[in-house]
Design a protein around this ligand. Structure first.
Ligand code: URA
Length: 226
């Protein structure tokens, strides 16, 4: 990505309008580095404010609050889920309901904890009746998540559930086909391991064994042995 494209992406992430210069004859002049002030990429605080004030999609109309993400901002592991549910919308924190308790157990089994990892979702607002996020909603929210990934700079992403994995990896493959191997984010370097969503595991506890195997694989990727 060119420096100009990156700058524009950051401006978009902050919802800052991009003005283009018009010459005297009405032709559009491309902004040059000197006439357009450079804008630093959003830091944690400005990103948090931008998310809290976001009206990019209609989900803002019914939210109690945005659910930004939580955990260690310098974590090696980033856990990415789907979207806030009712309890997350009420408390402003991801994975605090029943599924969240199971996620905590899964993390503990892998020698991790909520404080050691950073947890975020594809969407920062709750979809009504916990329906799946639409493609438009996910793409409206994507630059926030991308910037969180840049800021945390994790060594691995654990995508929990179909929605997270499909949006992150830009595929419509089912979880069963994605799990069990290493993927990479589009940018190429960052490994992504896919596992089942804890809400699914609550409904299908016999699959917990596979989720455990996914965590073992993730650990091996972290240790450089897979
Ligand atoms: N499910 C998710 O995917 N994310 C949450 O934050 C809560 C439930």
């Amino acid at each position: 990505m060119s420096a100009e494209a990156r700058r524009r992406a950051y401006l978009k992430a902050l919802d800052i309008d991009i003005y283009t210069l018009r010459g005297q004859d009405g032709t559009i002049e491309e902004p040059c580095g000197e006439s357009v002030p450079d804008v630093a990429p959003p830091d944690w605080e400005s990103l948090r404010k931008a998310v809290a004030a976001c009206t990019r999609c209609s989900l803002h109309e019914n939210r109690t609050q945005t659910v930004f993400g939580v955990g260690n901002r310098e974590a090696d592991w980033m856990i990415i889920g789907e979207a806030p549910g009712q309890e997350e919308d009420r408390q402003g924190e991801p994975f605090v309901g029943r599924a969240g308790k199971l996620l905590d157990e899964m993390l503990r089994a892998a020698g991790l904890s909520r404080e050691k990892v950073f947890i975020a979702n594809i969407l920062k607002c709750r979809p009504p009746n916990n329906r799946d996020p639409s493609v438009d909603e996910a793409s409206s929210c994507r630059s926030y998540l991308n910037r969180q990934i840049e800021l945390v700079s994790p060594k691995i992403i654990l995508a929990v559930g179909r929605i997270a994995a499909q949006h992150l990896l830009d595929t419509d493959a089912p979880v069963g086909r994605m799990r069990g191997r290493k993927h990479f984010l589009e940018s190429g370097q960052l490994p992504v391991i896919v596992t089942y969503h804890p809400a699914y595991l609550l409904r299908s506890p016999t699959q917990k064994r596979k989720a455990w195997q996914d965590l073992v694989l993730a650990r091996q990727v972290m240790e450089g042995t897979a």
